[in-house]
Design a protein around this ligand. Structure first.
Ligand code: LLP
Length: 422
């Protein structure tokens, strides 16, 4: 039998019908409505364990990157497995805390942290902040001093490598806003060491996202190893090397996910020689293939050279195709043999409102369900209410159990918080 593509993972066909683990997607659509994000808890756990095992010789702290999918049920799934968390805002830290997870394994990144976010993170006692500018070091030091705390800092260094991914999700090249080049990082670090209320505890790297080739990780590490050595000798508190996330997943049949064994082969020897404690910040790798966006075809419309399948999900639910030209496989929930050529689009008033463009698609009719695959990462978390469309519901499946983990928003939610002009 052919190996099942990674993006199918725990979504499989039985008797011509797609299941999430043991549960037919059609049953979930009937109970929770569409559009609906459906996640496989087993798939998430499996990805976590797979990555952990590949790296077991260095026993890294795997900090799940909350931005990929920030639902509390997802966060708790990883917390149970011993994960830490990578957050980029006070809101993400709040979500972690609201899920009942302690802050001591949380790392806080981001180029523009606000004072109230810094204060909140200090009070919660996070593991460290990653810092990306000299001015941020001073801001954090001031806040720490004001509230009588000590802030642990890891400096984000921009290694100037090209991870060969989409330009919007490349972060470690010279022209990106992220990180400090080695020379500036040295200066910022020296300044930090002279300040009270801050401690230099680490170095941070994150070169980009959806990376399928381990080589750029090796390149980036080689770039920063001398600095690690230097700081290790200089600062007794320096012990964390955070190598970021970015491990890619399978979106198309013609590509594979990052092979974690190859990734480990590339990075482990380099990491071991540093003697540092290692942090990773995977997001997409842990959740991307563990979720689908389930939608229903509302209208089938023929145009002169193609067919439009107009679904009840649109760019507000899943913006990746519109924003990055990202490819997501589209599978029928009830298998059909025929294919058609056309677009899967949403009901939004924008020509960019597509989930799949000018492709072979399953020839389904009105009222049929489609699963947009690999939508577990940066799907719901990037969704909006554009065109005043309430955000979709989310459901978690494990084995034959399923549970709504976020209610569908209502029209009343859309106007909540608005005030009439008086
Ligand atoms: N750490 C840092 C500092 C990051 O900026 C990111 C992602 C991650 C970790 C997690 O990266 P991952 O392992 O998920 O690749 N919205 C885009 C992806 C943006 C990624 C932003 N930073 C997309 O839908 O492809």
């Amino acid at each position: 039998m052919d190996r099942q593509p990674d993006y199918m993972g725990h979504f499989t066909y039985r008797n011509g019908e797609m299941y999430a683990e043991e549960v037919p997607l059609s049953a979930l659509a009937a109970q929770y409505g569409t559009p609906l994000y459906v996640y496989s808890r087993t798939a998430m756990r499996r990805q976590f364990e797979r990555l952990k095992q590949s790296l077991d010789t260095i026993r890294p702290l795997l900090c799940y990157s909350v931005k990929a999918n920030s639902n509390g049920a997802v966060l708790r799934t990883f917390a149970e497995l011993g994960a830490g968390f990578d957050v980029v805002s006070g809101g993400e830290l709040y979500r972690v805390r609201a899920a009942g997870i302690p802050a001591d394994k949380v790392v806080f990144a981001g180029v523009g942290k606000r004072e109230e976010e810094i204060e909140y993170a200090l009070k919660e006692g996070i593991l460290f902040f990653t810092v990306e500018s000299e001015s941020e070091v001073r801001q954090i030091a001031r806040t720490a001093q004001r509230i009588g705390a000590c802030a642990r800092l890891a400096f984000r260094v921009n290694p100037g490598v090209d991870p060969k991914t989409h330009t919007y999700i490349t972060t470690g090249k010279k022209e990106n806003k992220f990180g400090l080049d080695a020379e500036r990082a040295r200066r910022a670090c020296a300044e930090a060491a002279s300040l009270s209320n801050v401690e230099v505890v680490g170095l941070h790297l994150h070169i980009g996202s959806q990376i399928l080739d381990p080589a750029p990780y090796g390149e980036a590490l080689c770039q920063i190893l001398p600095l690690v050595e230097e700081w290790r000798n200089r600062h007794s508190t320096f012990r964390w090397l955070d190598i970021g996330g970015g491990l890619g997943i399978q979106y198309r049949l013609t590509e594979g996910s990052m092979n974690t064994a190859c990734y480990a082969e590339t990075v482990v020897p380099l990491l071991r020689q540093t003697g540092m404690s290692i942090v990773l910040e995977p997001g997409r790798y842990l959740v991307g293939n563990a979720g689908v966006l389930l939608c229903r075809v509302a209208v089938v419309k023929q145009s002169h050279h193609k067919t439009f399948l107009i679904a009840d999900a649109g760019m507000n639910d899943l913006i990746r195709p519109a924003l990055y030209g990202a490819h997501h496989e589209v599978c029928p929930v009830r298998q059909v043999a025929e294919r058609l050529f056309g677009d899967l689009v949403g009901p939004i008033c924008e020509s960019g409102d597509f989930l799949a463009k000018e492709r072979e698609l399953p020839a389904v009719g009105e009222g049929e369900l489609l699963a947009v695959m690999s939508a577990g990462a940066y799907g719901f978390s990037m969704s909006s209410t554009y065109n005043s469309r309430p955000r979709a519901a989310e459901v978690m499946v494990e084995g034959n159990r399923h549970q709504g983990i976020r209610e569908r928003e209502t029209w009343a939610d859309l106007v909540r918080g608005e005030r009439a002009w008086a």
